[in-house]
Design a protein around this ligand. Structure first.
Ligand code: SAM
Length: 274
């Protein structure tokens, strides 16, 4: 499959050609997150609370299958799970990570799902809808492949997610393609505007919140995070060096620890097919 949209082409062949960028971002949260209950465990709790014991489950934009890798110990025996992603590299990572017969895999764009109507009881779109150019088309597809009474869990971030990192970047690069960089972070599908986007397709909508923060004590994972974003203006070594120096200063000013409750305000918007 060749993605037809330039953003999709970039996502499938560069940003998410494999799991390395996603892993750099996950590592920051795994190491410095302040919520002791892991994110993927929490998302799975929500899934268990709505899906029947015997269920067909679809994950779109499943990346490297972290949700499943971290919950294999409690996968219901009668769930059949289909993992999909726009990126063939990500689907290869999924296959390598999950060998149980409960799983199958497909390279698939959420805007054109290769599944029959009413094929699934539960769909999960975890931190991926903000990447999709035509979200109404994607939400229509998710609704189509869900059976009546099925549920979509659409997890995303609050608009203020990691705003301190924004500020750190802007302090170093006030002109360097910051508008583009900010656009990549000011997600078009957020905790604040996600519900209204889901409402034409799902009813009722319910929000469940998972709050997290970061207490960062080391600059290198922050730099890895910034590199993983692959932001225009932040590909040059001088910019990365300036960012590193600024982050070190900030850490020193705050006695070796940068705290923030805003850095990662994850939440979940979800709904049922009526
Ligand atoms: C931020 S990652 C999240 C991955 C995974 N859900 C997780 O939480 O670890 C976004 C994923 O969505 C995928 N993606 C982006 N646009 C997509 C689309 N139109 N259809 C399907 N997957 C897409 C990307 O390739 C990437 O793997």
């Amino acid at each position: 499959m060749t993605p037809d949209h330039p953003d999709k082409q970039y996502l499938a062949t560069q940003q998410y050609r494999d799991a390395s960028n996603l892993n750099a971002r996950g590592a920051l949260h795994a190491r410095f997150g302040t919520n002791p209950y892991p994110w993927f465990r929490w998302v799975f709790d929500q899934m268990l609370s709505v899906a029947p014991d015997s269920a067909r489950v679809l994950e779109v934009g499943a990346g490297s299958a972290g949700l499943w890798r971290e919950n294999l110990d409690r996968l219901p025996a009668d769930w059949q799970v289909t993992l999909t992603d726009l990126s063939a590299g990500m689907v290869a990572e999924q296959r390598a990570a999950l060998s149980a017969p409960a799983f199958d895999f497909a390279v698939a764009d959420v805007e054109a799902l290769p599944f029959a109507d009413a094929s699934f009881d539960l769909a999960v779109a975890n931190h991926m809808l903000y990447h999709v150019p035509d979200r109404p088309q994607a939400l229509g597809e998710l609704r189509r492949v869900l059976r009546p009474g099925g549920a979509l869990i659409a997890a995303t971030n609050g608009a203020g997610n990691m705003c301190e990192l924004d500020r750190l970047v802007l302090a170093v690069a006030p002109d360097a393609a910051t508008a583009e960089w900010k656009a990549s972070f000011r997600h078009p599908f957020t905790l604040e505007n996600g519900g209204e986007q889901l409402a034409p397709f799902f009813d009722p909508i319910e929000m469940r919140h998972y709050e997290d923060g970061l207490a960062v004590t080391d600059v290198e994972p922050l730099v890895a995070y910034i590199r993983s974003i692959d932001a225009p203006g932040f590909r040059e070594p001088e910019m990365i060096a300036a960012f590193t120096a600024r982050a070190r200063d900030l850490l020193a000013q705050h006695n070796g620890i940068i705290h923030s409750s805003f850095w990662a305000a994850f939440s979940c918007v979800w709904g049922w097919v009526n």
